[in-house]
Design a protein around this ligand. Structure first.
Ligand SMILES: Cc1cc2nc3c(=O)[nH]c(=O)nc-3n(C[C@H](O)[C@H](O)[C@H](O)COP(=O)(O)O)c2cc1C
Length: 216
């Protein structure tokens, strides 16, 4: 039996939002371009399970092409206070020429993303793309699978085509100031990820409590 809604629960209505980005951390994906120079692709369509992080990356971008070709990337998680530097990269692409649909939205080719954003490269241990010093969490990762959405064919350079890229995280680097000293745990009171929420940058809020599986 379906009960009538409690009067205290707000009523819902059907909407057609232009995007479905309810709120995920901003990751800066570093990859190597064909000529060996580094690229940075801001993204937020990422989720983690066990040692895998799955990335949704448009095939019109340079980052997806680089990651699939080179088989490796670094997933750098941005802190909330980095949002203005992230936004400096928002209308850039490592792709040259810029796909027409991106050019029409004001994107331009930027071959030097670190310099453009004012970010600092750090060498990685196990993969060739650099880490980003300003990001407190950096995951060195290898690409273990890449799929077209729904199993359909990729349309490289097309506006709505994207790749579902499964990465295996090989090494995690964490700034000392977001870890609990002497442990492998993140201090969630100090790790403040930058969230991308319906195309706004949002700082995450207070620690409300922990799940039964949390050990600290
Ligand atoms: C905060 C933010 C989140 C983004 N999230 C994604 C995403 O999840 N997937 C994606 O393909 N592009 C995403 N983009 C757009 C890419 O950053 C953009 O297409 C960029 O041109 C990619 O750079 P590249 O072509 O050098 O790889 C996002 C951009 C911003 C600023």
């Amino acid at each position: 039996m379906i009960c009538p809604p409690d009067a205290a629960i707000p009523s819902h209505r059907v909407i057609e939002p232009p995007v479905l980005y309810v709120g995920t951390p901003v990751a800066l994906i570093t990859t190597l371009n064909f000529d060996g120079t580094p690229n940075i692709s801001p993204m937020s369509s990422a989720w983690a399970l066990n040692d895998r992080v799955v990335l949704g990356m448009a095939t019109g971008g340079q980052g997806s092409e680089n990651a699939i070709r080179e088989g490796e990337c670094v997933i750098n998680f941005a802190p909330a206070d980095l949002w203005e530097k992230v936004e400096r990269l928002a209308r850039t692409t490592g792709r040259d020429p810029v796909p027409a649909y991106k050019a029409a939205s004001g994107y331009h080719h930027e071959p030097r993303k670190f310099e453009a954003a004012g970010l600092t490269p750090l060498p990685s241990d196990l993969v060739r793309p650099p880490r980003i010093a300003e990001c407190p969490l950096q995951f060195e990762a290898r690409i273990v699978a890449a799929h077209a959405p729904g199993g359909g064919p990729w349309e490289i350079g097309c506006e709505h085509s994207f790749a579902i890229i499964e990465t295996k995280v090989e090494r995690v680097h964490a700034h000392d100031d977001v870890t609990i000293a002497g442990t492998n745990y993140i201090d969630v009171s100090r790790w403040q990820p930058l969230l991308y929420v319906f195309r706004h940058y949002v700082a995450s809020g207070t620690d409300l409590g922990r799940t039964f599986k949390a050990q600290v």
